[in-house]
Design a protein around this ligand. Sequence first.
Ligand code: PLP
Length: 390
Amino acid sequence: MSSLIERESRSVMQTYGRTPVEFVSGEGSWLMDDSGRAYLDCLTGLAVVSIGHANPAVAAAVDRQMRTLVHVSNLYFTEPMVTLAENLRRLSGLERTFFANCGATANEAAIKLARRWGQNARGDQCYEIVSLADSFHGRTLATLAATGQPGKQARFAPLPLGFRQVAAGDLDAMMQAVGPSTAAVMLETTQGEGGVIPLDVDYLRKVRALCDERDVLLIIDDVQAGMGRTGSWFSWQQLGIEPDIATVAKALANGLPIGAAMAREDVAGAFQRGDHATTFGGGPVVCAAANAVIGFMESADVLGNVSERRDQIVAGLQALGGVRSVRGRGLLLAAVLDSDRAAEIAGRALEKGLLVNAVRPDAVRFAPPLTISESEVEGALERFAEALGG
Ligand code: PLP
Protein backbone atom coordinates (compact mmCIF):
# COMPACT_ATOMS: atom_id res chain seq x y z
CA MET A 1 0.00 0.00 0.00
CA SER A 2 2.73 2.52 0.89
CA SER A 3 4.33 1.98 -2.52
CA LEU A 4 0.94 2.59 -4.20
CA ILE A 5 0.54 5.87 -2.30
CA GLU A 6 3.99 6.89 -3.38
CA ARG A 7 3.32 5.95 -7.04
CA GLU A 8 0.03 7.87 -6.94
CA SER A 9 1.73 10.92 -5.48
CA ARG A 10 4.20 10.97 -8.40
CA SER A 11 1.79 10.25 -11.27
CA VAL A 12 -1.72 11.49 -10.45
CA MET A 13 -2.82 15.12 -10.19
CA GLN A 14 -3.23 15.85 -6.53
CA THR A 15 -6.86 16.97 -6.47
CA TYR A 16 -8.08 14.46 -3.86
CA GLY A 17 -7.27 13.90 -0.23
CA ARG A 18 -7.55 10.11 -0.33
CA THR A 19 -7.94 7.87 2.70
CA PRO A 20 -4.97 5.45 2.78
CA VAL A 21 -6.86 2.26 1.95
CA GLU A 22 -6.50 0.23 -1.23
CA PHE A 23 -9.61 -1.72 -2.18
CA VAL A 24 -9.14 -4.72 -4.38
CA SER A 25 -12.59 -6.32 -4.59
CA GLY A 26 -16.18 -6.04 -3.48
CA GLU A 27 -19.27 -8.18 -3.11
CA GLY A 28 -22.73 -6.97 -2.14
CA SER A 29 -22.40 -4.61 0.84
CA TRP A 30 -18.74 -5.52 1.43
CA LEU A 31 -15.37 -4.28 0.22
CA MET A 32 -12.03 -6.02 0.63
CA ASP A 33 -8.69 -4.24 1.03
CA ASP A 34 -5.27 -5.41 -0.15
CA SER A 35 -4.58 -7.14 3.18
CA GLY A 36 -7.79 -9.19 2.98
CA ARG A 37 -9.68 -7.10 5.52
CA ALA A 38 -13.45 -6.73 4.94
CA TYR A 39 -15.35 -3.44 5.32
CA LEU A 40 -19.08 -2.82 5.41
CA ASP A 41 -19.68 -0.20 2.75
CA CYS A 42 -22.22 2.35 3.98
CA LEU A 43 -21.08 4.96 1.46
CA THR A 44 -21.32 3.00 -1.83
CA GLY A 45 -18.80 5.18 -3.65
CA LEU A 46 -20.89 8.22 -2.82
CA ALA A 47 -24.35 6.80 -3.48
CA VAL A 48 -23.33 4.96 -6.65
CA VAL A 49 -23.09 1.20 -6.08
CA SER A 50 -26.70 1.04 -4.92
CA ILE A 51 -27.44 -2.59 -5.71
CA GLY A 52 -24.19 -3.87 -4.28
CA HIS A 53 -20.63 -4.45 -5.42
CA ALA A 54 -20.10 -6.86 -8.31
CA ASN A 55 -23.85 -7.28 -8.71
CA PRO A 56 -24.20 -10.49 -10.81
CA ALA A 57 -27.13 -9.18 -12.89
CA VAL A 58 -25.15 -6.08 -13.91
CA ALA A 59 -21.94 -8.06 -14.44
CA ALA A 60 -23.76 -10.50 -16.75
CA ALA A 61 -25.40 -7.72 -18.77
CA VAL A 62 -22.09 -5.86 -19.15
CA ASP A 63 -20.22 -9.04 -20.07
CA ARG A 64 -22.81 -9.90 -22.72
CA GLN A 65 -22.78 -6.39 -24.16
CA MET A 66 -18.97 -6.12 -24.10
CA ARG A 67 -18.78 -9.26 -26.23
CA THR A 68 -21.47 -8.02 -28.63
CA LEU A 69 -21.07 -4.30 -29.30
CA VAL A 70 -19.21 -1.64 -27.28
CA HIS A 71 -19.35 1.60 -29.24
CA VAL A 72 -20.64 3.03 -32.51
CA SER A 73 -21.22 6.74 -31.61
CA ASN A 74 -24.48 8.63 -31.74
CA LEU A 75 -24.43 8.67 -35.54
CA TYR A 76 -26.32 5.36 -35.40
CA PHE A 77 -29.07 3.56 -33.47
CA THR A 78 -28.41 1.05 -30.71
CA GLU A 79 -31.05 -0.92 -28.81
CA PRO A 80 -29.83 -0.65 -25.16
CA MET A 81 -30.00 3.15 -25.31
CA VAL A 82 -33.56 3.27 -26.63
CA THR A 83 -34.67 0.67 -24.07
CA LEU A 84 -33.10 2.73 -21.28
CA ALA A 85 -34.84 5.90 -22.49
CA GLU A 86 -38.13 3.99 -22.48
CA ASN A 87 -37.42 2.65 -18.99
CA LEU A 88 -36.66 6.15 -17.70
CA ARG A 89 -39.81 7.53 -19.30
CA ARG A 90 -41.91 4.78 -17.71
CA LEU A 91 -40.39 5.31 -14.26
CA SER A 92 -40.11 9.12 -14.20
CA GLY A 93 -43.01 10.27 -16.39
CA LEU A 94 -40.54 12.55 -18.22
CA GLU A 95 -40.88 11.69 -21.88
CA ARG A 96 -37.43 12.26 -23.36
CA THR A 97 -33.83 11.66 -22.30
CA PHE A 98 -30.45 12.98 -23.37
CA PHE A 99 -27.64 10.65 -22.29
CA ALA A 100 -24.49 12.12 -20.75
CA ASN A 101 -21.50 10.61 -18.95
CA CYS A 102 -21.81 11.67 -15.30
CA GLY A 103 -23.76 13.99 -13.04
CA ALA A 104 -22.06 17.20 -14.12
CA THR A 105 -22.52 16.52 -17.82
CA ALA A 106 -26.16 15.56 -17.26
CA ASN A 107 -26.59 18.93 -15.52
CA GLU A 108 -24.76 20.72 -18.36
CA ALA A 109 -27.31 19.22 -20.74
CA ALA A 110 -30.15 20.33 -18.45
CA ILE A 111 -28.78 23.89 -18.26
CA LYS A 112 -28.29 24.11 -22.03
CA LEU A 113 -31.80 22.77 -22.61
CA ALA A 114 -33.24 25.35 -20.19
CA ARG A 115 -31.40 28.13 -22.02
CA ARG A 116 -32.72 26.96 -25.40
CA TRP A 117 -36.22 26.71 -23.96
CA GLY A 118 -35.90 30.19 -22.41
CA GLN A 119 -34.80 31.72 -25.73
CA ASN A 120 -37.77 30.15 -27.50
CA ALA A 121 -40.28 31.03 -24.81
CA ARG A 122 -39.19 34.51 -23.87
CA GLY A 123 -36.30 35.65 -26.04
CA ASP A 124 -32.51 35.95 -25.93
CA GLN A 125 -32.41 37.59 -22.52
CA CYS A 126 -34.04 34.63 -20.80
CA TYR A 127 -31.14 32.43 -19.76
CA GLU A 128 -30.59 32.73 -16.03
CA ILE A 129 -30.53 29.71 -13.70
CA VAL A 130 -31.47 30.33 -10.07
CA SER A 131 -30.07 27.69 -7.74
CA LEU A 132 -29.61 27.37 -3.99
CA ALA A 133 -26.89 28.12 -1.46
CA ASP A 134 -25.10 24.95 -0.32
CA SER A 135 -26.21 23.10 -3.45
CA PHE A 136 -23.87 20.91 -5.45
CA HIS A 137 -24.34 20.42 -9.19
CA GLY A 138 -20.86 19.44 -10.43
CA ARG A 139 -17.37 20.69 -11.20
CA THR A 140 -17.53 21.71 -14.86
CA LEU A 141 -17.54 25.49 -15.21
CA ALA A 142 -21.29 25.90 -15.76
CA THR A 143 -22.28 23.40 -13.07
CA LEU A 144 -19.76 25.00 -10.73
CA ALA A 145 -21.43 28.35 -11.43
CA ALA A 146 -24.74 26.73 -10.46
CA THR A 147 -23.21 25.21 -7.32
CA GLY A 148 -23.91 27.31 -4.23
CA GLN A 149 -20.53 26.78 -2.58
CA PRO A 150 -18.27 29.84 -3.02
CA GLY A 151 -15.28 27.94 -1.65
CA LYS A 152 -15.36 25.56 -4.62
CA GLN A 153 -15.77 28.42 -7.12
CA ALA A 154 -13.18 30.78 -5.70
CA ARG A 155 -10.10 29.93 -7.74
CA PHE A 156 -11.80 29.43 -11.09
CA ALA A 157 -12.98 32.88 -12.04
CA PRO A 158 -14.38 33.97 -14.34
CA LEU A 159 -17.28 31.55 -14.18
CA PRO A 160 -19.96 31.53 -16.90
CA LEU A 161 -22.57 34.26 -16.51
CA GLY A 162 -26.23 33.66 -15.90
CA PHE A 163 -26.27 31.94 -12.52
CA ARG A 164 -27.33 33.15 -9.11
CA GLN A 165 -28.01 31.51 -5.77
CA VAL A 166 -30.53 32.19 -3.04
CA ALA A 167 -30.81 30.68 0.43
CA ALA A 168 -32.58 27.30 0.50
CA GLY A 169 -35.96 27.49 2.17
CA ASP A 170 -36.27 31.28 1.75
CA LEU A 171 -39.31 31.69 -0.49
CA ASP A 172 -39.17 35.49 -0.48
CA ALA A 173 -35.60 35.41 -1.75
CA MET A 174 -36.68 32.99 -4.48
CA MET A 175 -39.61 35.23 -5.44
CA GLN A 176 -37.24 38.19 -5.76
CA ALA A 177 -34.66 36.27 -7.74
CA VAL A 178 -37.00 34.75 -10.34
CA GLY A 179 -37.61 37.41 -12.98
CA PRO A 180 -37.94 37.95 -16.73
CA SER A 181 -34.40 36.70 -17.36
CA THR A 182 -34.91 33.43 -15.42
CA ALA A 183 -35.10 30.30 -17.55
CA ALA A 184 -35.07 27.79 -14.69
CA VAL A 185 -34.82 27.14 -10.99
CA MET A 186 -32.44 24.26 -10.28
CA LEU A 187 -32.36 22.35 -7.00
CA GLU A 188 -31.76 19.09 -5.18
CA THR A 189 -34.75 17.99 -3.08
CA THR A 190 -32.23 16.75 -0.48
CA GLN A 191 -28.92 18.59 -0.67
CA GLY A 192 -26.42 15.75 -0.63
CA GLU A 193 -22.95 17.28 -0.67
CA GLY A 194 -24.32 20.29 1.20
CA GLY A 195 -24.76 18.08 4.27
CA VAL A 196 -27.72 15.77 3.50
CA ILE A 197 -30.25 18.54 4.05
CA PRO A 198 -33.81 17.60 3.04
CA LEU A 199 -35.62 20.67 1.73
CA ASP A 200 -38.99 21.36 3.28
CA VAL A 201 -41.87 19.84 1.25
CA ASP A 202 -44.03 22.93 1.53
CA TYR A 203 -41.13 25.09 0.28
CA LEU A 204 -40.59 22.76 -2.68
CA ARG A 205 -44.28 22.88 -3.60
CA LYS A 206 -44.29 26.68 -3.40
CA VAL A 207 -41.21 26.89 -5.61
CA ARG A 208 -42.98 24.61 -8.11
CA ALA A 209 -46.04 26.88 -7.99
CA LEU A 210 -43.85 29.96 -8.44
CA CYS A 211 -42.21 28.40 -11.50
CA ASP A 212 -45.67 27.71 -12.98
CA GLU A 213 -46.87 31.22 -12.22
CA ARG A 214 -43.84 32.89 -13.79
CA ASP A 215 -43.41 30.44 -16.67
CA VAL A 216 -40.02 29.24 -15.48
CA LEU A 217 -38.74 25.65 -15.62
CA LEU A 218 -38.00 23.57 -12.54
CA ILE A 219 -34.88 21.40 -12.87
CA ILE A 220 -34.49 18.75 -10.19
CA ASP A 221 -30.94 17.49 -9.82
CA ASP A 222 -31.56 13.89 -8.76
CA VAL A 223 -27.97 12.82 -9.41
CA GLN A 224 -27.47 11.72 -5.80
CA ALA A 225 -31.08 11.31 -4.61
CA GLY A 226 -32.48 9.48 -7.65
CA MET A 227 -32.69 5.80 -8.63
CA GLY A 228 -34.39 4.71 -5.41
CA ARG A 229 -31.95 6.30 -3.01
CA THR A 230 -34.65 8.22 -1.13
CA GLY A 231 -37.26 5.45 -1.30
CA SER A 232 -39.03 6.25 -4.58
CA TRP A 233 -37.55 5.86 -8.05
CA PHE A 234 -37.02 9.60 -8.17
CA SER A 235 -36.94 11.87 -5.15
CA TRP A 236 -39.82 14.14 -6.20
CA GLN A 237 -42.28 11.23 -6.46
CA GLN A 238 -42.88 11.26 -2.70
CA LEU A 239 -43.06 15.04 -2.45
CA GLY A 240 -46.06 15.95 -4.59
CA ILE A 241 -44.09 17.94 -7.18
CA GLU A 242 -42.93 17.28 -10.72
CA PRO A 243 -39.94 18.77 -12.49
CA ASP A 244 -39.84 19.95 -16.09
CA ILE A 245 -36.28 18.66 -16.39
CA ALA A 246 -34.50 16.20 -14.10
CA THR A 247 -31.04 14.69 -14.03
CA VAL A 248 -29.75 11.34 -12.77
CA ALA A 249 -26.31 9.73 -12.78
CA LYS A 250 -24.45 8.06 -9.90
CA ALA A 251 -26.50 4.89 -9.26
CA LEU A 252 -28.02 4.62 -12.72
CA ALA A 253 -25.53 1.98 -13.91
CA ASN A 254 -24.36 0.88 -10.42
CA GLY A 255 -20.84 2.19 -10.89
CA LEU A 256 -20.29 2.59 -14.63
CA PRO A 257 -20.11 6.22 -15.78
CA ILE A 258 -23.44 7.45 -17.10
CA GLY A 259 -25.68 10.47 -16.70
CA ALA A 260 -29.09 11.39 -18.06
CA ALA A 261 -31.06 14.60 -18.46
CA MET A 262 -34.78 13.88 -18.78
CA ALA A 263 -37.44 16.38 -19.79
CA ARG A 264 -41.09 16.83 -20.50
CA GLU A 265 -41.96 16.42 -24.17
CA ASP A 266 -42.60 20.10 -24.90
CA VAL A 267 -39.44 21.22 -23.07
CA ALA A 268 -37.27 18.56 -24.74
CA GLY A 269 -38.48 19.91 -28.08
CA ALA A 270 -36.37 23.04 -27.52
CA PHE A 271 -33.26 21.01 -28.44
CA GLN A 272 -32.83 20.81 -32.20
CA ARG A 273 -30.51 18.46 -34.06
CA GLY A 274 -26.91 19.54 -33.46
CA ASP A 275 -27.67 21.54 -30.29
CA HIS A 276 -25.91 19.12 -27.95
CA ALA A 277 -23.79 15.99 -28.27
CA THR A 278 -21.25 13.72 -26.62
CA THR A 279 -19.17 10.86 -27.98
CA PHE A 280 -19.82 8.31 -25.25
CA GLY A 281 -23.31 9.27 -24.07
CA GLY A 282 -25.84 6.45 -24.38
CA GLY A 283 -23.21 3.84 -25.22
CA PRO A 284 -24.43 0.23 -25.40
CA VAL A 285 -22.43 -1.07 -22.43
CA VAL A 286 -23.46 1.55 -19.85
CA CYS A 287 -27.04 1.46 -21.08
CA ALA A 288 -27.14 -2.35 -20.85
CA ALA A 289 -25.83 -2.00 -17.28
CA ALA A 290 -28.50 0.57 -16.41
CA ASN A 291 -31.25 -1.59 -17.89
CA ALA A 292 -29.99 -4.47 -15.75
CA VAL A 293 -30.02 -2.20 -12.68
CA ILE A 294 -33.65 -1.26 -13.32
CA GLY A 295 -34.64 -4.89 -13.97
CA PHE A 296 -32.92 -6.01 -10.77
CA MET A 297 -34.51 -3.27 -8.68
CA GLU A 298 -37.97 -4.12 -9.96
CA SER A 299 -37.65 -7.88 -9.50
CA ALA A 300 -36.02 -7.74 -6.04
CA ASP A 301 -38.36 -5.09 -4.56
CA VAL A 302 -35.37 -2.92 -3.68
CA LEU A 303 -37.58 0.08 -2.86
CA GLY A 304 -39.37 -1.99 -0.20
CA ASN A 305 -36.01 -2.77 1.38
CA VAL A 306 -35.08 0.94 1.39
CA SER A 307 -38.02 1.80 3.59
CA GLU A 308 -37.43 -1.10 6.05
CA ARG A 309 -33.70 -0.54 6.37
CA ARG A 310 -34.21 3.20 6.71
CA ASP A 311 -36.45 2.70 9.74
CA GLN A 312 -33.88 0.32 11.23
CA ILE A 313 -30.90 2.63 10.67
CA VAL A 314 -32.69 5.76 11.90
CA ALA A 315 -33.90 4.04 15.08
CA GLY A 316 -30.47 2.49 15.66
CA LEU A 317 -28.57 5.76 15.17
CA GLN A 318 -30.98 7.76 17.29
CA ALA A 319 -30.38 5.39 20.18
CA LEU A 320 -26.61 6.03 20.17
CA GLY A 321 -24.98 8.38 22.64
CA GLY A 322 -23.27 11.20 20.79
CA VAL A 323 -25.87 11.30 17.99
CA ARG A 324 -28.06 14.35 18.35
CA SER A 325 -30.42 13.66 15.43
CA VAL A 326 -30.70 11.90 12.08
CA ARG A 327 -31.73 13.68 8.90
CA GLY A 328 -32.27 12.79 5.26
CA ARG A 329 -34.71 10.78 3.16
CA GLY A 330 -34.73 7.06 2.42
CA LEU A 331 -31.18 5.73 2.62
CA LEU A 332 -29.53 9.12 2.08
CA LEU A 333 -28.93 9.90 5.73
CA ALA A 334 -26.72 11.90 8.05
CA ALA A 335 -26.13 11.27 11.73
CA VAL A 336 -25.78 14.69 13.31
CA LEU A 337 -23.30 14.48 16.18
CA ASP A 338 -23.23 16.48 19.38
CA SER A 339 -19.92 18.11 18.38
CA ASP A 340 -17.74 18.82 15.34
CA ARG A 341 -16.00 15.45 15.32
CA ALA A 342 -17.51 13.86 12.18
CA ALA A 343 -14.13 13.46 10.46
CA GLU A 344 -12.62 11.84 13.54
CA ILE A 345 -15.60 9.46 13.92
CA ALA A 346 -15.57 8.53 10.23
CA GLY A 347 -11.85 7.77 10.60
CA ARG A 348 -12.51 5.57 13.61
CA ALA A 349 -15.38 3.84 11.81
CA LEU A 350 -12.93 2.94 9.05
CA GLU A 351 -10.64 1.37 11.66
CA LYS A 352 -13.63 -0.69 12.83
CA GLY A 353 -14.35 -1.79 9.25
CA LEU A 354 -17.19 0.60 8.34
CA LEU A 355 -17.19 3.09 5.48
CA VAL A 356 -19.07 6.35 6.08
CA ASN A 357 -17.96 9.95 5.51
CA ALA A 358 -18.00 13.34 7.20
CA VAL A 359 -20.36 15.42 5.08
CA ARG A 360 -20.27 18.37 7.50
CA PRO A 361 -18.01 18.98 10.50
CA ASP A 362 -20.79 17.62 12.74
CA ALA A 363 -22.54 15.20 10.35
CA VAL A 364 -21.64 11.69 9.18
CA ARG A 365 -23.24 10.50 5.93
CA PHE A 366 -24.72 7.03 5.56
CA ALA A 367 -25.56 6.00 1.99
CA PRO A 368 -25.52 2.19 2.21
CA PRO A 369 -26.47 -0.16 -0.60
CA LEU A 370 -30.23 -0.11 -1.14
CA THR A 371 -29.93 -3.90 -0.94
CA ILE A 372 -28.27 -3.96 2.49
CA SER A 373 -29.68 -6.71 4.75
CA GLU A 374 -31.08 -6.42 8.26
CA SER A 375 -28.08 -8.16 9.81
CA GLU A 376 -25.64 -6.00 7.85
CA VAL A 377 -27.37 -2.89 9.18
CA GLU A 378 -27.02 -4.33 12.69
CA GLY A 379 -23.30 -4.83 12.03
CA ALA A 380 -22.94 -1.28 10.71
CA LEU A 381 -24.67 0.15 13.79
CA GLU A 382 -22.43 -1.88 16.12
CA ARG A 383 -19.32 -0.64 14.35
CA PHE A 384 -20.54 2.95 14.41
CA ALA A 385 -21.35 2.69 18.12
CA GLU A 386 -17.79 1.47 18.73
CA ALA A 387 -16.42 4.36 16.67
CA LEU A 388 -18.43 6.85 18.72
CA GLY A 389 -17.37 5.18 21.93
CA GLY A 390 -13.71 5.65 21.13
N1 PLP B 1 -25.29 16.77 -8.68
C1 PLP B 1 -25.33 16.24 -7.44
C2 PLP B 1 -26.56 16.43 -6.61
C3 PLP B 1 -24.25 15.52 -6.93
O1 PLP B 1 -24.31 15.00 -5.69
C4 PLP B 1 -23.11 15.35 -7.74
C5 PLP B 1 -21.93 14.62 -7.24
O2 PLP B 1 -21.77 14.40 -6.07
C6 PLP B 1 -23.11 15.92 -9.03
C7 PLP B 1 -24.21 16.61 -9.46
C8 PLP B 1 -21.91 15.77 -9.92
O3 PLP B 1 -21.84 14.47 -10.39
P1 PLP B 1 -20.49 13.91 -11.04
O4 PLP B 1 -19.47 13.88 -9.96
O5 PLP B 1 -20.87 12.55 -11.55
O6 PLP B 1 -20.13 14.85 -12.15
